[in-house]
Design a protein around this ligand. Structure first.
Ligand code: GRF
Length: 213
C-alpha cells in the first residue's frame, strides 16, 4: 500500500460534503487525512467545520474572476495545497472552474462532486434542471476533473427518485444524502489504489468489500 491519501478540500459554501469526508475519516471508514480546507468565500461555513476538527482552513481570494480559478489565485491555491502536503484535491461545492495548472500539479488527483447523473445536466443548479426536465431519477456523480466542465471520468454515481411534489429544495436535500455517501466511497477507492483511468473510463480493481454503506 502506498502513502496515506492527503486531501486538500476546496469549497465555497456550507461544506456538508467536506463534513462527510471528515466524518468518514474520524469513524475509521476512510484511510486518509484532510490536510487543509481552502475557500474563495471569506465567511463560508466550510471554514467553521474545518476549525471544529482542527484542520487548517484558509480564505484565498480568487478575484478578479467570478467563475474560474486562474492566474495568480490559482498559483496561490496550488502553493498552499503543496505546502500542506496535499496529494489529492477534492472540490466540494467549489463554485469555480479549475484550470490546467491545477490539473498539472495534481495529475488525476483532482475530484469533483456534481449533483446530477452526468453526463445529464452539467453546469449550475443541476437538480433544478432535472426537475424542470421531468426526469424520474436524479442523483450525484463523483468524477475526476479534466479540462472540460463536468466531463471527467466517472468514479461513483448514486441515484434518488424524483418524488411527486418535489421542489428544488426537497430534491437537492435527497441528492445531498447520497452525495455524503458517494464522496467517501470514491475516496476509499482512490486511497486503496483501486482506480485505473483508461481513456475516459474508470476501471475499479477488485478489492476488499467497501466499508461504506
Ligand atoms: C453539492 O450539491 C455539490 O454537488 C455541488 O455543490 C453542493 C455543495 O454542497 N457541487 P456542500 O457545500 O458540500 O454542502
Amino acid at each position: 500500500m502506498g502513502e496515506k491519501l492527503k486531501i486538500g478540500v476546496l469549497g465555497s459554501g456550507s461544506g456538508s460534503n467536506a463534513q462527510s469526508i471528515i466524518d468518514a475519516i474520524e469513524a475509521g471508514a476512510l484511510d486518509a487525512e484532510v490536510v487543509c480546507v481552502l475557500t474563495d468565500v471569506e465567511d463560508a461555513r466550510i471554514l467553521e467545520r474545518a476549525a471544529t476538527h482542527g484542520i487548517p482552513g484558509r480564505f484565498i481570494s480568487a478575484a478578479p474572476f467570478k467563475t474560474k480559478l486562474d492566474g495568480a489565485a490559482e498559483t496561490e491555491y496550488i502553493r498552499v495545497l503543496q505546502a500542506h502536503g496535499a496529494t489529492c484535491v477534492v472540490l466540494a461545492g467549489f463554485m469555480r472552474i479549475v484550470k490546467p495548472a491545477m490539473l498539472k500539479a495534481f495529475p488525476q488527483r483532482v475530484l469533483n462532486i456534481h449533483p446530477a447523473l452526468l453526463p445529464a445536466f452539467p453546469g449550475m443548479a443541476s437538480w433544478k434542471q432535472a426537475l424542470e426536465y421531468g426526469t424520474r431519477v436524479a442523483g450525484c456523480t463523483v468524477h475526476f476533473v479534466d479540462e472540460g466542465t463536468d466531463t471527467g471520468p466517472i468514479i461513483v454515481q448514486r441515484c434518488v427518485p424524483v418524488e411527486p411534489g418535489d421542489t428544488p429544495e426537497t430534491l437537492h436535500a435527497r441528492i445531498q444524502i447520497e452525495e455524503h455517501l458517494a464522496y467517501p466511497e470514491a475516496l476509499r477507492l482512490l486511497a486503496a489504489g483501486r482506480l485505473n483511468v483508461v481513456g475516459r473510463r474508470v476501471e475499479v480493481r477488485e478489492g476488499e468489500v467497501s466499508s461504506g454503506q
